[in-house]
Ligand binder design. Structure first.
Ligand SMILES: O=C(O)CCC(=O)C(=O)O
Length: 292
């Protein structure tokens, strides 16, 4: 459970880091599973249902950018999202009824792990209310050098920015320079391995390339209050119900007046945020190959 100060900080700033949420044994298990998945990516040539690949990936030099839907790939990732410690924190931030929206695991490997351009999660998956957040489980000690996620405090109370800088198509990235926000105000979510960051669905965030020699794995769970219903629809209602992690399901959405932009027309390059953002006309974070 969180303290009153931690809950206030999340509400004021739109983000919070809590240390010691993931125990070391489970974390090591996750790291072993990941090492095996990267090894198996040697036979994968293009992005598929499991892998999003870094530019330059090859069978000799496997480079995995993301494991898509890790909770569907290995039970260690499905089990942790139901752990009492994590659900206890979510109860404080989202209420007692919580549903998983989706999950992903960004590897950000030493030397080449790709940046993620500034964005809000909200325009990717707008809902009837904005009681949603992303949990970032730090699989490694996370610092600015290995590509910590930056958030702009208070931005969750501001506008929903245009993420359509690809000739009017959704591209999953905002024009940070034009937003009036300042990088000097952004705060990195850093912490020892096992910490979790929690950022509100409307909080502006992004992260630089990993320029260090240390990995930065970030396991992301997108969590929603169970009465937040996706405005893009529910393609599979049985699956929607199965994703309830605690509390009760409902068919009565709570509707709150907050600024929404739909991810339409859909991104030209589908598959992941990395692919979506390749169509963005503007870039803030540089991506360059550095010596390993
Ligand atoms: O991995 C990161 O640093 C950023 C993750 C993120 O914002 C995303 O994948 O939507």
């Amino acid at each position: 459970m969180l303290t009153r100060n931690e809950i206030d900080k999340y509400n004021d700033e739109g983000a919070l880091v809590v240390e010691g949420v993931l125990d070391d044994v489970t974390r090591q298990h996750m790291k072993n599973v990941l090492a095996d998945l990267v090894e198996r990516s040697r036979s994968v040539k293009i992005h598929d249902k499991v892998y999003d690949l870094e530019p330059g990936h090859s069978s000799e030099d496997p480079r995995v950018r993301r494991i898509k839907a890790p909770h569907m790939v290995h039970p260690v990732f499905a089990d942790f999202m139901r752990s009492p410690k994590l659900l206890g924190i979510l109860l404080n931030l989202l209420g007692e009824n919580v549903r998983l929206h989706g999950a992903k695991l960004n590897l950000k490997s030493p030397g080449f792990g790709s940046p993620v351009e500034w964005h809000q999660d909200w325009p990717f998956y707008p809902h009837t209310n904005d009681d949603l957040l992303a949990v970032g489980v730090m699989l490694d000690d996370t610092t600015v050098e290995n590509g910590a996620l930056y958030i702009v405090p208070g931005s969750h109370k501001g506008p929903t920015y245009d993420h359509h800088g690809a000739d009017g198509r959704f591209c999953g990235a905002m024009d940070f320079a034009a937003s009036g926000l300042r990088f000097e105000d952004a705060v990195p979510c850093v912490g020892p391995a096992g910490s979790c960051s929690f950022h509100h669905v409307r909080t502006v965030h992004g992260s630089a390339q990993n320029h260090s020699k240390r990995p930065r794995g970030l396991l992301l769970y997108e969590m929603a209050a169970a009465d937040a219903f996706p405005l893009m629809g529910i393609p599979d209602y049985e699956d929607f119900k199965k994703r309830l992690l605690c509390g009760k399901e409902t068919i009565v959405p709570r509707i709150v007046d907050c600024p929404v932009r739909m991810p339409l027309p859909p991104a030209l390059n589908q598959g992941s945020i990395y692919e979506n953002q390749t169509a963005s006309a503007k870039r803030f974070f540089e991506a360059s190959e550095v010596a390993k």
